[in-house]
Ligand binder design. Structure first.
Ligand SMILES: [Fe+2]
Ligand SMILES: [Fe+2]
Length: 157
């Protein structure tokens, strides 16, 4: 834990850690949604989408890592039980459609997840602006990538 790291945050640190943990849960669910969708998707049209889902899934995993590091730096504990991902997340988890050829559904569900993530990081950036530079910087960095993800998936419809 960073003692000074906590001290310089001009916010309720425990509330901030709880908010970071909710975003952390979102990232794991997004990672898994894309990872499993990439594996079950079938059909000729799915090839490009599958590659994109795999690429974006790894970026969501990276976001989870960055959030976990920040939570620990603030003296918190990242969620250690996957059961909590569903109960703590801000955004809904969408199972891949029963029809493995329904790639349009997979894309629409991914766009929904990205839009939810954009709201989450936009809010986190607002909350931390001028009050916690490190978390603000992280929120902005992740927000930029979520904006790019929404754009990438929208272009696939
Ligand atoms: Fe993400
Ligand atoms: Fe994303």
């Amino acid at each position: 834990m960073g003692t000074k790291a906590r001290e310089i945050v001009e916010l309720d640190v425990e509330k901030l850690i709880a908010e970071l943990n909710r975003a952390y849960a979102d990232e794991w669910l997004a990672f898994y949604q894309y990872w499993i969708s990439a594996r079950v998707a079938q059909g000729r049209e799915s090839k490009v989408v599958v590659e994109e889902l795999k690429r974006v899934a790894l970026e969501e995993l990276e976001h989870a890592e960055e959030l976990a590091d920040r939570i620990i730096q603030l003296g918190g504990r990242p969620l250690t039980n996957p059961k909590e991902w569903l109960t703590k997340a801000n955004c809904a988890y969408k199972e891949p459609p029963n029809d493995p050829k329904d790639v349009a559904r997979i894309i629409k569900d991914a766009i929904e997840a990205e839009r939810c993530a954009i709201s989450v990081y936009n809010k986190l950036a607002e909350t931390t602006h001028s009050k916690d530079h490190a978390t603000y910087h992280l929120a902005r960095h992740i927000l930029d990538e979520e904006l790019a993800h929404e754009d990438a998936f929208e272009n696939m419809l």
